[in-house]
Structure formats: C-alpha cells, structure tokens
Write a protein that binds this ligand. Structure first.
Ligand code: ATP
Ligand code: MG
Length: 201
C-alpha cells in the first residue's frame, strides 16, 4: 500500500520594522493565517539601524521585545530573530533561510499594500516570488494596482478588511501625548510607557 502523502505545511512570514507592532499587524496576520490555513505566522522584525540619537524611533532590541510581547498569547504566532544579526537583510535570503528550517513547507510572505509596488525594487524579486506566495493586504490610503502582470501566480490579493492603523500614527500620538490605548496590545503599551519610547523628552 502506498503511504499517504501528507499535505505540505504552510507557514506565513511577516517582516516589518514593527516600530511599534500594532493591532493592524496582528489582525492581518491572524486573518491571513486563517484564510490560507497556515500552521503559523512568523514575525520577522528587521534590524533597521536605529535612527541614531533620535528617540522618536525604538532600538532593534526594543522592537524585538515588543513583537515578542505582542505575539506571546497566540500559539500560532512566532518571532524570528534571523534579521537581527545583520544591519540589512534581504527578504530573499530570509525566505531561503526559512526554506531550510522548514523543509517542504509552502511559504506565504505577507505584505501590506504599500509594499506591493516597492517589492519589485527589492533585492532579487524573482527569487522572492519563486520561494513564496506573496499575500498582499489592503491598507487604507493605498490604492492597490488592479492587476499584476509580471508575477501573476505569485501575488495573492487578500480580500480581508482594511485596518487604518500605522506605526507612524502611533508614534505621532505618543509624541503629542495622545492616547494610543487599543492600538497596540496592552503589554506593548505598558512596555512603551515604562521605557519612555517615542517620546521626545
Ligand atoms: P510605519 O508607519 O513605521 O511604516 P507600519 O504601520 O507601516 O509602520 P511596518 O512595520 O512598516 O508597519 O509594516 C510591516 C508590514 O505590515 C508591511 O508590509 C506593511 O505594509 C504591513 N502593515 C502594517 N500595518 C498594516 C495595516 N494596518 N494593514 C495592512 N498591512 C499593514
Ligand atoms: Mg510601513
């Protein structure tokens, strides 16, 4: 008797600066996970060099810590530090890494609408599209291109809800002393306050 072939696992990869991680990121990851039956979504904070001497941005360590705090309660979410070691990481290399650590898994790279046009200018986009399906998620104020002529089978337009939250807006709110409660998980809000992140004092 032929052994039954196990359906291959699917994993989501979600990169970002997460400065800070917010509910938009978490809702998107959760919706995409459910829609494509992903085993898990791996959040990959980039090690964008900190904007030196500028307290309006958080350090890579603080960003990583906040991502860890944010995903802690969800067994389907994980965090990878693969991009922490290098100042700049190419998405293609990161995907290659996950291909090795998750042999046989189908990869779904999650990106927001603002990245759709940019992705073609990323390092070796063909390699990215070869390694993963790219799930493009809508964002308010970003008009999605109607179709994808060059990489049609690799770009999936996710039909989920648009969530009007951005890290930029959260940083602005904190700087101006406005409330940011409910825009980030409670644990993250606490971390931001306790460490005085994003304030200019
Ligand atoms: P910033 O305003 O600092 O650029 P951001 O909110 O865009 O922050 P990033 O860390 O830059 O967050 O985003 C990581 C990934 O998540 C990107 O692909 C981005 O497009 C996507 N993303 C962020 N917020 C949303 C949202 N509200 N809806 C859909 N995608 C989002
Ligand atoms: Mg962004």
């Amino acid at each position: 008797m032929k052994p039954k072939r196990e359906p291959s696992k699917r994993i989501g990869i979600f990169g970002g600066t997460f400065d800070p991680i917010h509910m938009g990121h978490l809702i998107v990851a959760s919706e995409v996970r459910e829609r494509y039956s992903l085993e898990k979504v791996i959040f990959v904070p980039t090690a964008r060099p900190p904007h030196k001497r500028c307290r309006l941005f958080a350090s890579p360590q603080d960003r990583l810590k906040m991502v860890k705090l944010a995903v802690k309660s969800n067994p389907h979410f994980a965090v990878s530090e693969v991009e922490q070691k290098k100042e700049f990481s190419y998405t293609a290399d990161t995907l290659e890494y996950f291909k090795k650590t998750h042999p046989g898994a189908k990869m779904y790279l999650i990106i927001g609408a603002d990245n759709i046009v940019e992705i073609k200018d990323w390092h070796q986009p063909e390699r990215i599209f070869k390694l993963a399906k790219v799930v493009a998620v809508r964002r308010p104020n970003y008009v999605l291109p109607p179709g994808e002529d060059r990489y049609p089978s690799h770009l999936i337009f996710f039909p989920g809800p648009e969530i009007d939250i951005s890290s930029t807006e959260i940083r602005k709110r904190i700087k101006s002393g406005k409330t940011f409660q409910y825009l980030v998980p409670e644990r993250v809000a606490k971390y931001i306050v306790e460490n005085g992140l994003y304030s200019v004092t």
